[in-house]
Write a protein that binds this ligand. Structure first.
Ligand code: ADP
Length: 479
């Protein structure tokens, strides 16, 4: 852009009749100095002087097409005699010069590009401002939701420093948010850090867990979840805190009510059952045949009520952790045999093929009565839900570090959908096949609670119409 013809474009200068530079417009500023001959600017300066003379003499405009600059490039000139008659001329450097066109075009294109760029810049800046405003708005909304949550929420970074704490968490843990933000949890609330197993020397070792503890008389349940990024690894953790004070009180009340009601019902029921048995046994005289069938129904229902009460009592005690369990070494062979023998009459009554296949020498650690109850519930279900002539088997074997107790049947099976709710309290599958089979819907729930109290678990494999397989996994007894 700094070439002479670029500078000369649009220049206009006034020269003496001998071609000396007198003055020029802004564009001509650097072309020449006052007094200097403009002929020196061009390769053939005489052409300019000749044109000057011609213009002065003729009084007409003389045009020079394409004259070459001494320093390169060429331009067209118009020599215009000035009307004051002293021979001065105006030399107009033609901006339309062919040499200038590509340059001007390039300049124009550049201007356009710059203009487009600046427009894009404006759009991007506007977009950025919009996004920033949206982000700020979203953050406000999220903050409002987090603060409005009934659950406490506390977030820490990978060093265990508190980076988020909502009002509920602050209230439950009795912390002042502005004081603890950016402070390590193990300093701000060592009790919580300990309870969730946070080790400041190994923050990434934190695992997902639920714990209950009491702070200032409130029962709090805490769920801790590490945040792990697939590429960068451990990023921190989140704690959700629930105030269980009310729930714990309600649970206690519920357990108390169940226990009182059940106890109160148990004694009269025992007496009803006793008297019915006396009547049925003929101890108080002969009972006519017609009355016998009614007494049978009364007896059946009294037994049903009695097992419901037993189940409810067991469950409420198990859930409250009040069921005394005496742990010891349990011989799996004895456990399976006792369940097998007690269930044999029921299996025979239904003409089932009833088998047991137990590996010898297996031992688990646990409460023998409760384990009998859990295995008994599974076996009694297998018998109940297997049509006459079918098969039920109790198996036990060692697997890896544990012991497996398994009850298999060729019965009606359970759909995948029902399997999901099977261990819920009072849940019973309702279909044509189960309609006439009695039960409380508590047996599996009790079995699972017992097994979990033994640090084991129950797994079910079943499909509708194809039998069921209930497997109890227990850790092997360690001497
Ligand atoms: P229930 O007293 O009703 O048997 P459970 O808690 O023991 O209560 O079982 C819940 C439900 O699961 C039963 O009502 C039954 O529908 C289903 N179920 C349990 N065991 C079996 C089985 N072996 N085969 C088919 N269905 C079963």
């Amino acid at each position: 852009m700094n070439t002479p013809y670029r500078r000369a474009a649009n220049a206009a200068i006034v020269v003496s009749p001998r071609g000396e530079f007198l003055r020029g417009n802004g564009a001509a500023g650097e072309l020449s100095q006052p007094g200097e001959s403009i002929a020196t600017l061009f390769v053939s300066g005489e052409t300019v002087i000749a044109a000057l003379n011609e213009a002065v003499q003729s009084g007409d405009v003389v045009v020079i097409d394409e004259i070459e600059f001494a320093s390169g490039g060429s331009i067209s000139l118009r020599v215009i005699p000035l009307p004051d008659g002293d021979g001065r001329c105006l030399i107009d450097f033609d901006a339309e010069s062919t040499q200038l066109e590509p340059l001007e075009e390039a300049a124009r294109q550049n201007d356009l590009r710059v203009q487009r760029l600046s427009e894009q810049l404006v759009t991007v800046t506007r977009e950025l401002l919009n996004r920033t405003a949206q982000l700020a708005e979203q953050k406000q909304k999220i903050d409002a939701i987090i603060n409005g949550m009934e659950e406490g929420l506390l977030g820490c970074d990978e060093q265990g420093r508190i980076i988020q704490i909502n009002e509920t968490a602050a209230r439950l843990l009795q912390l002042e948010p502005s004081r603890v933000m950016q402070h390590p949890l193990h300093e701000a609330h060592p009790f919580t850090a300990n309870a969730i197993g946070f080790d400041p020397d190994q923050p990434g070792a934190l695992s997902r867990r639920n714990v209950n503890f009491t702070v200032a008389g409130r029962d709090i349940r805490v769920f801790s979840s590490p945040i792990v990024d697939e590429t960068t690894g451990f990023k921190g953790f989140v704690l959700i805190l629930l105030d269980r004070t009310k729930q714990a009180e309600l649970d206690q009340m519920k357990a108390d009510i169940i226990s009182i009601v059940s106890h109160e019902m148990r004694s009269p029921l025992t007496s009803i059952k006793g008297y019915i048995d006396l009547l049925i046994g003929g101890d108080v005289g002969e009972v006519p045949e017609s009355m016998m069938s009614y007494l049978g129904i009364v007896s059946q229902n009294a037994n049903r009520l009695s097992s419901l009460i037993d189940d409810m009592l067991d469950l409420s005690r198990l859930e409250a952790g009040k069921l005394d369990m005496s742990f010891g070494r349990v011989d799996v062979n004895y456990l399976c045999d006792s369940v097998y023998l007690s269930m044999k009459p029921q299996a025979e009554a239904k003409r089932l093929e009833f088998r047991r296949d137990v590996e010898t020498g297996l031992m688990v650690s646990g409460d023998v009565d409760r384990l009998q109850q859990a295995l008994g519930n599974l076996t009694s279900n297998a018998i109940k839900y297997t049509p006459e002539g079918g098969m039920v088997a109790i198996e036990a074997m060692r697997e890896n570090e544990g012991v497996i107790l398994r009850v298999i049947d060729s019965g009606i099976g359970i759909s995948a959908n029902d399997q999901q709710r099977l261990f819920q309290k009072f849940f019973r599958v309702k279909n044509a096949k189960t309609r006439n089979i009695g039960g409380t819907g508590l047996g599996l729930c009790i079995a699972r609670t017992i097994v979990e109290a033994h640090e084991g678990r129950i797994v079910i494999e079943s499909s509708e119409g194809a039998g069921s397989k209930f497997t109890i996994l227990l850790p092997e007894y360690q001497s």
